[in-house]
Design a binder for this molecule. Sequence first.
Ligand code: IPM
Ligand code: MG
Length: 365
Amino acid sequence: MADYEILVLPGDGIGPEVTAEGVRLLAAVGERFEHTFRIGEDLVGGAAIDAHGTAIRDETIERARASDAVLWGAVGGPRWDDPTAPVRPEQGLLRIRRELGLWANLRPVVVDPALAASSPLRAELLEDVDLLVVRELTSGAYFGRPQERRIADGRREAVDTIYYNEEEVGRVARLGFELARGRRGRLHSIDKANVLESSRLWREVVHEVRVGYPDVEYSDMLVDAAAMHLIRRPSDFDVVIASNLFGDILTDEASMLAGSLGMLPSASLGERSSDGTGLGMYEPIHGSAPDIAGEGVANPLAMFLCVGMLLRHSLGLDREADAVEAAVANALASGRRTADIAGPGDDALGTREMADAVIGSLGPE
Ligand code: IPM
Ligand code: MG
């Protein structure tokens, strides 16, 4: 019996719909395993811009820091899309990642055999796909300075900066090797070392770290080749480490293996305590999906898998996480489908009905 503090930041679009189901799932887990999850909630993204003029308030960041874990919905939408606006919803996301020091973004891609048919790839390519991308999350092209627009020689120009230092690369590399050890023992490091200086440093540092992990089978891969390999032989990959920008791009691509963006969770983690747990933020990959917001049809499973990752990585509750993952797999195995993963002839369930199916199969202890 334990007490945990969870900060829920629903955001925009389908964010509030899926986080509401995530909170119901947490309550069900609490009941079954006798934990108390105390839930706080706050505005972020466009909703916070409308209410407070900023995409995330300082006090929200402080509340997050004081919590055991953060559950994040999604931010953004057409109302706040003007690229010249001084405040944008995504700023809230980038700021909380950076200020909480959540430098490791874990994005697992597993193909549930029940869903192989909803992937645009042929089913035989998807056999044994089980990969984990570790994306660096608090540096690189997203945070390097200068990042600005300016006028030079009478014309508009813009600059972004890809910055990495050896500590930032080294910790991602060590985490990648450790995770590979606990899995199939393979690591691919993605870079563009044939062109970018920051990638040459990345590769050099990863090679230094690699010396400590002779048991892990290691390969470097250029990002363009990796984009191709992910489609051609996705089952070759086990753990993949990548910079912030390359990891962002490759994980959207990899999500197509799983059939739908609506299936994929992610965990953003910082430094861990000696028992392996620590503050983390858990966020579905799917984004705010404004086109279906408010219709009650969004797939809640990515959020449910986020709850599973939260239980495991921030709270150290492995048994509870296993139960959540098994309940999701059960719902899929028994043919439950939301619209994004429904095949021809499947009856598509709404968000609430799919959530009920999963929560119902959590069952009594
Ligand atoms: C993601 C998203 C974000 C990112 C956007 C919304 C800023 O694409 O989490 O992958 O680029 O990191
Ligand atoms: Mg992305």
